[in-house]
Design a protein around this ligand. Structure first.
Ligand code: SAM
Ligand code: SF4
Length: 452
């Protein structure tokens, strides 16, 4: 590995779950009425053919993990569940009122926060109401994020009965010192138990989230965590780079300092060694940070070139419409984005008054739509072409020039109408996408985590 390359390219940069990325949305020109008409237009075109995706954000957690970058509220009071669920259902009915036909749900994902903070009864109520007001696509997929410390057999069984077959568990790292530093004590035995339980009940895709770059973490720790993970053979592994973003308000990233974090060189080593262990163990690398066994839908999507990336990360099913319900959720109609307010009280008050709880959004220009497709191609397939008129934009004519340093470093090859990432360039995929991002300006990049 080339240390100079790491030093050169380890700069703040987006993770490209969308393009343009949220900090670059043109929020001044966003109008709710335009968003609604764009959504209805795309919905009418695609509901019958591909269905919609639904993301529901359940923001509560009982205990604060100090590394966490998610939108969450820490509380031990469970009387917050019912008003929140009622609000989500009111928000859902605001969307139902926009459409002339029932949405066909292709994908439904519950994330957080901690979905399993909610009682199985409340989750059952929420999801039954949603299922009863929509149709399900033939090959629908329901998934949720489970915290190994509080996912019970009842949670797993209730969600299974509702049609859930995929669950991902947050593991992060098995080392005790690290677990103490991130305030998340979670022994291997606990993860083992909940993984086996999910399998016994019939879940067909079990995922584990592992993070490299955590405070006090060493390369040995990453290897150990991966070896222990192998014992449980999850179908998918998300191998995330720790995003250090302490400046985001309410994040609570504390309890350790910058000096306790591994440097860029060690972090890249963790990624490289971790990745090669995962490959040794029979996992296939999917896009930037996902790995899956050959039987998993994510791997099949990679093989069939149908892999997609959205706000939930990599997925096998692409729908143009994604509705996000709950605080901070993001929605997408391919030609427009919105994000909901992050504050729970504000969210509840807005929906209780029949108002869409949207705080900001972006309507994509024609140029945005073209670059969006290319960034998606690069993130999912490591190559993109614009020999077709519809995918050509003036900005791409500058690609050979803008990519010159990346070409010189052997990370990418660029012709008049194609960009192809080399094997050496794969860990730098975010930097490669940054070269065609029309919004990035070096002074505004600090709001992103580092690319390596
Ligand atoms: C919402 S949590 C999963 C559900 C549940 N709250 C839990 O923690 O088990 C989603 C995942 O995001 C990842 N994550 C959270 N903060 C992160 C950060 N700062 N950098 C990288 N990954 C992060 C973790 O791997 C975590 O498992
Ligand atoms: S990692 Fe999960 S449990 Fe921990 S604070 Fe974040 S969302 Fe909550």
């Amino acid at each position: 590995m080339d240390i100079n390359l790491i030093n050169k390219y380890n700069v703040p940069g987006p993770r490209y779950t969308s393009y343009p990325t949220v900090p670059h949305w043109n929020v001044e020109d966003f109008r709710l009425s335009t968003w609604k008409s764009k959504l209805v237009e795309t919905f009418n075109k695609t509901n019958k053919t591909e269905g919609i995706s639904l993301y529901i954000h359940l923001p509560f957690c009982e205990s604060m993990c100090t590394f966490c970058g998610c939108n969450k509220r820490i509380t031990k009071r469970h009387d917050v569940e019912s008003p929140y669920i009622k609000a989500v259902l009111k928000e859902w009915s605001l969307y139902l009122n926009l459409f002339d036909e029932k949405p066909i749900i292709k994908q439904l994902h519950i994330g957080g926060g901690t979905p399993t903070f909610f009682s199985p009864e409340n989750l059952d109520y929420l999801l039954t109401c949603i299922i009863n007001t929509s149709h399900l696509a033939e090959d629908y997929e329901f998934s949720f994020e489970g915290h190994p410390n509080n996912t019970t057999k009842e949670h797993l069984q209730t969600l299974y009965n509702l049609g859930f077959r995929r669950v991902s568990f947050g593991v992060q790292d098995y080392n005790e010192t690290i677990q103490k530093a991130i305030h998340r004590i979670q022994p291997f035995e606990k993860v083992k138990k909940v993984t086996e339980l999910a399998r016994e009940i019939g879940y067909t895709s079990i995922g584990h989230d592992i993070i490299y770059g955590l405070p006090f973490q060493t390369i040995d720790n990453v290897e150990y965590t991966i070896e222990k993970t192998k014992e449980l053979a999850p179908d998918r592994i998300a191998f995330y780079s720790y995003a250090h973003v302490p400046w985001l308000k309410g994040n609570g990233q504390r309890g350790y300092s910058e000096e306790n974090l591994p440097d860029g060189k060690d972090k890249l080593m963790m990624y490289e060694i971790g990745k090669s262990r995962l490959l040794d163990f029979g996992y296939n690398n999917i896009g930037m940070d996902h790995f899956s066994l050959a039987g998993d839908t994510l791997y099949q999507a990679l093989e069939n070139k149908t892999l997609h990336r959205n706000f939930m990360g990599y997925t096998h099913a692409k729908t143009d419409v994604m509705i996000g319900l709950g605080t901070s959720s993001i929605g997408d109609s391919w030609n427009a984005f919105y994000q909901n307010v992050k504050n729970i009280e504000e969210y509840q008050s807005l929906v209780n008054n029949q108002i869409f709880p949207i705080s900001k959004g972006h309507i994509l220009t024609n140029e945005d739509l073209i670059i969006r497709q290319h960034i998606l191609n690069l993130m999912c397939h490591y190559e993109t072409k614009w020999d077709d008129e519809t995918l050509h934009s003036k900005a791409l004519e500058k690609a050979p020039l803008k990519m010159f340093p990346l070409v010189k470093d052997g990370l990418v090859t660029v012709s008049e109408s194609q960009i192809k990432v080399t094997a050496k360039g794969k860990p730098f995929i975010r930097n490669i996408c940054m070269a065609i991002d029309q919004y990035l300006n070096p002074n505004a990049q600090m709001q992103f985590s580092k690319t390596v």
